[in-house]
Write a protein that binds this ligand. Structure first.
Ligand code: PGA
Length: 306
């Protein structure tokens, strides 16, 4: 196999295995789909066994494919470590920073990254924004330098550093009858019509926890998969909700009423997380230091190990 398989083929295979899609792998590698398919056909022929099976639109790795995926992860891990040592020699003039952020973190992560890149223009950055499940899977696979999450994973050994406050506030349309009331009891607000993020959302978990801690239940009228959809539904008069204050960053002041509810804001943090075994690159370490040095950095319980 070694004599015939090219590095490019392994690179394509690794991308398909990681992204679960020929299309996304071809986009990531700037290759045409026929090239990707052809290279995977050749790779399977050289190995002498099918590696990828396609059932409808979904692809699955065969047992041989899974073994090869493991091997490619190791190979690229070694190469990443090599690149890192080269980066270290070059300092921060060049290098790469690969970040992943959970949905709501998209309201602040690009801005922080933009500020950092202004300081170090030679650095290439990538930021992927995705849901909790994919963030957890990527942390487990050790694919990126740092992850922005609202709650560090409990069943993966990570180093979690709080980098910023993440207050969860109750919001309603500006003409809502409770808009000017003070200290609204939790029990009263529980009877309102609630709009909620999808199950598994960190924001939703935090809201449910505060109500269940007081023996209260809320019954969402609508479940919506994004903060933007929740905001639109509130403005359409469909109900109230609670969101990270960061989700209002780009809204005009006064566009929503922030309700004064007992127990709110829920004080949470944003965390930068990386797998405990990972050695941060010079660039990733510099970015983390930069985050902690910012004025709005959370009081650093830095480097807290979960
Ligand atoms: P989200 O936010 O999962 O609700 O988008 C992350 C979090 O606050 O934990």
């Amino acid at each position: 196999m070694r004599q015939h398989t090219t590095f490019r083929q392994l690179e394509i295979f690794e991308a398909i295995a990681r992204l679960g899609s020929f299309t996304r792998a071809s986009e990531e590698l700037y290759l045409s789909q026929p090239t990707v398919s052809m290279q995977m056909k050749k790779l399977a022929e050289m190995i002498g066994a099918p590696l990828i099976e396609q059932v409808g639109k979904k692809i699955h790795l065969t047992p041989d494919g899974q073994q090869l995926a493991q091997a490619t992860r190791e190979i690229f891990g070694i190469l990443d470590r090599y690149t890192m040592s080269v980066d270290e020699r070059r300092g921060l003039k060049q290098g790469r920073l690969s970040l992943m952020a959970i949905t709501t973190a998209s309201y602040f992560a690009p801005r922080l990254l933009g500020e950092f890149v202004k300081l170090y223009p030679g650095i290439d950055v990538s930021l992927r924004v995705t849901n909790k499940e994919q963030v957890l899977a990527s942390i487990a696979d050790n694919l990126d330098d740092l992850y922005f999450v609202g709650q560090p994973p409990e069943d993966i050994d990570v180093v979690a550093t709080p980098i910023m406050d993440n207050p969860i506030i109750v919001i309603a349309a500006p003409d809502h009858p409770l808009a000017n009331k003070k200290n609204i009891p939790l029990e009263r607000i529980a009877h309102e019509t609630w709009l909620m993020r999808e199950k598994g959302s960190g924001t939703r978990n935090a809201i449910e926890r505060i109500f269940s801690g007081h023996g209260l239940n809320i019954h969402p009228r609508l479940e919506l998969g994004s903060n933007e959809a929740i905001k639109q539904a509130i403005l359409a008069g469909l109900g109230i909700s609670a969101l990270s204050r960061h989700a209002l960053t780009l809204n005009q002041p006064g566009q929503f009423a922030v309700l004064d509810v007992e127990g709110f804001p829920i004080l949470r943090h944003w965390y930068a997380v990386y797998p405990a075994g990972r050695q941060l690159s010079v660039v990733a370490r510099a970015f983390l230091d930069y985050l902690l040095g910012r004025e709005d950095a959370a009081p650093a319980k830095a480097g807290k190990k979960k």
